[in-house]
Every structure is written in structure tokens, then in C-alpha cells.
Design a protein around this ligand. Structure first.
Ligand code: HH2
Length: 293
């Protein structure tokens, strides 16, 4: 069993809380930073940069050195309008990266909605299954139940190809919350321990700017249900909408602000491209928060 020391703190998780992820026990008394490595030609902000396994592994190790507690490896872009990648292609892209990072002792999350990809990556040493489809597929639930990985249940409205075509909710916060709690409960019924489950409102996945802001503002209510909350706001379009910055890589300031606000609201994990500035900002925010009490 491996204990990982974490760098940042929301101070909002109950003392001693852990997220069980395979052989890792990730302590949640300080917020975790999940670093992103997309092994894809077309991801919206880092597509093509790490599609060679050596470059992807080097990037992952660098993010850990910068303070990431775990690394999320993806082989399929789920940006709005993207098309699905064949499982064999997704496996070819990410299996070597997962295997090499896991062999270095890194807690590796796999960003996939495909059961066969998930299964192969668990065998390759992955410790977390991060499913942007929220374990709607019964086969994904089976894979999760057959291993001891951590799981991330994310909310997405429909599918990536169409999710940004006039997304509509009666009440975005209650609908997203209901979906997350129902799917987390289904995972528990399938035998997955509560301590393995994290929930994620899915910023940008079938949401307008107002929907994203309402969800980010309601993190305290979401966190009150007791599951660790993961937030992935990094470099996303809503930051461009708010600031006028069209280039995702130039949205670091907005991304760091979203991470800090999320953690202050009670998020336990933030999924980010820019680990070093996020870790630094969270350390300062944490220190100011402690001085306030
Ligand atoms: N966002 C993206 C991908 N995976 N997983 C979780 N749990 N939460 C998120 O918000 C989330 C996610 C999209 O971002 P990115 O991986 O940078 O882009 P792309 O889908 O184009 O590869």
C-alpha cells in the first residue's frame, strides 16, 4: 500500500478522508491536483504535443515533479464536436504511457468511456477510471466492479459530438446532482466501495457559460453529499467567454482562479493542464485560509 503526501488543502474534507485508488490511498485533507496528459492529435489545448509515448511519459513525470498527486492519461478527445475513437486506436495510444508511468510509481488515471480500454489500462497498472460518460454503460460498471481502482463519475449531457448544441436544463444544479448521486449509488450497488468514488459536474460537457458558473458556484452543496468532488475547468471555453482569450494555452490565469475557487468551495480534486501555477496558487490560498481561522 502506498501513501501519497499531497500538496494543497481545502480544509473542507473530513479529517482522515481518503480516496481509495488501487494500491494508493490518496489523502483528501489537502486537495489533490490531477495533471492532464492527452495522448491525442486533437485535444482542444494540447493536441499533438504528447502523442509520442516517450514525450507523454516525460510530461507525466514532470507534472508529478511539479506537485501533481496523480496523472490523467487520455487517448480520445471529448471536446465539443469531436468524434469517437476506435477502442484499438485508443488502447494503442495510451497503454504504453499508462504502463510506464505506473511502473514509475505514479498513480495513473485513465480518461476513457470505453470498457475494453478501461480493462486493458487496469491490467497495465492504472489506479483510477475517469469516465466522462459517468458510468452510464453497464460494461464500464462491470470493469470498475472487477478491480479496486478509484472511479470518477462525471456528468455529460448526451455525447461529445452534440452536447454543445443548445444544452438545456430546467435546473442545471439539481439535474447534474441527481445524475451524479444516482450513478454513484449504482456503482455502490455493484459492489464498489464508497471510498473509491469521486463525482464531477463536468464543466463544459453540454453546458452554457451560465450553467458552468451555476455549477462552479454550487460546489459546496455538491460536496455536502460526502463524495469527493473533482472539477475540471482547466483552459476551457467558458474562461475564453469570460475573458475574451481565444487561445486555450493562454487561459492559465483563469484556470488557476477556477481551481482556487473550486477548492475554496470544497472540491477535493482539480484536473489541470498547468500544475505548477495551480499548486502555487493553492498553497497561498490555503495559508490565507488557515490564517483566517
Ligand atoms: N474534461 C476533459 C476531459 N476529461 N474528465 C473529468 N473527470 N472532468 C473533466 O472536466 C474533463 C475530463 C476535457 O478536457 P481535455 O482533456 O483537456 O480536452 P480533450 O477532451 O479535448 O482531450
Amino acid at each position: 500500500m502506498t501513501d501519497t503526501t499531497l500538496q494543497t488543502s481545502s480544509g473542507r474534507q473530513s479529517e482522515g478522508a481518503v480516496w481509495r485508488c488501487g494500491s494508493f490511498r490518496l489523502h483528501l485533507d489537502q486537495a489533490l491536483v490531477m495533471g492532464i496528459v492527452n495522448v491525442t492529435p486533437d485535444s482542444f489545448s494540447d493536441g499533438g504535443l504528447y502523442d509520442d509515448p516517450t514525450a507523454a511519459v516525460a510530461r507525466g513525470l514532470r507534472l508529478v515533479a511539479e506537485g501533481a498527486a496523480l496523472v490523467d492519461v487520455g487517448g480520445e478527445s471529448t471536446r465539443p464536436g469531436s468524434t469517437e475513437v476506435a477502442e484499438a486506436e485508443e488502447i494503442a495510444r495510451i497503454r504504453p504511457v499508462v504502463e510506464l508511468l505506473a511502473a514509475e510509481g505514479v498513480p495513473v488515471s485513465v480518461d476513457t468511456r470505453h470498457p475494453e480500454v478501461a480493462r486493458v489500462c487496469i491490467d497495465a497498472g492504472a489506479s483510477v477510471l475517469n469516465d466522462v460518460a459517468g458510468f452510464r454503460d453497464a460494461h464500464m460498471v462491470e470493469v470498475a466492479a472487477s478491480c479496486d481502482a478509484g472511479v470518477v463519475v462525471m456528468h455529460m449531457l448526451g455525447e461529445p459530438g452534440s452536447m454543445q448544441q443548445a444544452p438545456h436544463y430546467h435546473d442545471v444544479v439539481s439535474e447534474v446532482t441527481e445524475f451524479l448521486l444516482a450513478h454513484a449509488a449504482a456503482l455502490e450497488s455493484a459492489g464498489i466501495a464508497r471510498e473509491r468514488i469521486a463525482i464531477d459536474p463536468g464543466i463544459g460537457f453540454g453546458k452554457t457559460l451560465q450553467h458552468n458558473l451555476a455549477l462552479l458556484a454550487s460546489i459546496p452543496e455538491l460536496a455536502a453529499h460526502g463524495y469527493p468532488v473533482l472539477v475540471g475547468a482547466s483552459r476551457k471555453r467558458f474562461i475564453g467567454d469570460l475573458t475574451g482569450e481565444p487561445e486555450p494555452r493562454e487561459r492559465v490565469g483563469g484556470s488557476v482562479a477556477a481551481a482556487v475557487e473550486s477548492v475554496r468551495g470544497g472540491a477535493a480534486i482539480v484536473r489541470v493542464h498547468d500544475v505548477a501555477p495551480t499548486v502555487q496558487a493553492l498553497a497561498v490560498s490555503r495559508a490565507i485560509g488557515s490564517a483566517r481561522h
